[in-house]
Ligand binder design. Structure first.
Ligand code: XMP
Length: 326
């Protein structure tokens, strides 16, 4: 009989058997999969686990706090946060091409995550221990898509840290490999993972970086973060979080249009709302949000977010449009 509690018992036993008394690390993304995987491993081996969270500055409002405070308080796990915001901004300067943005963000992410791993490995070595395992929140659909393989991950110590083998190898711990997303959520709730994390809608790894059409700058990130927070607040208040698949909020950073507000003429940026309904993100339809809700969102964004004077709605299905704009 499938129950969240029975899955937890079974996985905890497996994890203990696999890990023994070794050390293990887990990267947290702010999303549900890595959080639930970490919570399971923590339940199994406690302080043998250290979590790593990279703040790349492309997160939405409150996401870092949710991981650093709410998740850590609820689960009790040890967490190392890497503040890589400057590093990402510097790397992204001047880049407007979507694929180049993704590559840059992916590369910097691995770089900062590996640096954190290397630091932890050194720390463990100094106390005579070795980190042998890496937790990944791989789900059943990912296993099927990638052909079912499991195994190991390499990290290359290409940083000037000395004293480490050229190539560190980790054995993977993947406690969610048999589960679908809704099952992961049920297990997460049973483990006490905070609701904002358990119920979180899909959010791309490159974060707000691919929702700024144009170059990513600090100013633009702050602006988009504010607009995105308003949209999320209003969708939640309207009780629509479970109705829609996700709602990208996009800043057309290189577009300006004329407006009129308060004392006179404005020349600001448009924000695009992209609410979509979907089963699996492969296809999607634009969500017919209530007009009064759209009006509220539009009023709030144009009043509260500096330099935004227009809110537009994307009414394209997928195909032909993708869900994200980049
Ligand atoms: P598209 O835009 O291709 O998005 O229709 C389909 C789903 O994938 C998410 N997405 C990403 N997720 N890294 C991610 O982790 C990415 O680079 C990325 N691009 C798109 C998107 O949010 C949607 O759920």
């Amino acid at each position: 009989d499938w129950t969240p509690a029975s899955v937890i018992d079974e996985q905890v036993a497996r994890i203990r058997e696999q890990i023994g008394d070794a050390k293990v690390i887990c990267g947290l993304s702010g999303g549900v999969d890595s959080a639930v995987a970490a919570a399971l491993v923590y339940k199994a081996v406690g302080d043998q686990l250290t979590c790593v969270f990279v703040d790349h500055g492309l997160l939405r409002q409150d996401e870092r706090r949710q991981v650093e405070e709410d998740f850590v308080d609820a689960i009790g796990v040890r967490l190392v946060t890497v503040d890589a915001r400057e590093q990402f901004l510097t790397a992204l300067a001047g880049i407007t091409d979507p694929e180049e943005k993704r590559k840059t963000i992916g590369r910097e992410f691995i770089r900062s995550f590996e640096q954190a791993e290397v630091d932890l490995i050194k720390e463990a070595q100094e106390s005579g221990e070795r980190i042998r395992f890496l937790v990944q929140g791989t789900l059943y659909p990912d296993v099927v898509e990638s052909g079912g393989g499991t195994g190991t991950a390499n990290i290359k110590s290409h940083h000037n840290v000395g004293g480490l083998p050229e190539d560190m190898q980790f054995e993977l711990v993947e406690p969610l490999r048999t589960l679908f997303k809704d099952e992961v959520r049920a297990v997460g709730r049973e483990l006490g993972v905070p609701e904002p994390i358990v119920a979180r809608q899909p959010f791309p790894g490159p974060g707000l970086g691919i929702r700024i059409i144009g170059e990513v700058t600090q100013e633009r990130l702050d602006l988009l973060r504010e607009a995105d927070a308003i949209v999320r607040q209003e969708l939640t208040a309207a009780g629509l979080d479970t109705e829609i698949w996700q709602c990208p909020v996009v800043l057309l950073a290189d577009v300006r249009s004329v407006g009129v507000q308060g004392d006179g003429r404005t020349y600001g940026h448009p924000i695009v709302l992209r609410p979509v309904s979907s089963e699996d993100a492969m296809t999607a339809d634009w969500t017919r949000l209530p007009y009064d809700l759209l009006a509220r969102i539009s009023n709030r964004i144009t009043n509260e977010v500096d330099d935004v004077n227009r809110v537009v709605l994307d009414v394209t299905s997928k195909p032909p449009g993708t869900i994200e704009w980049e």
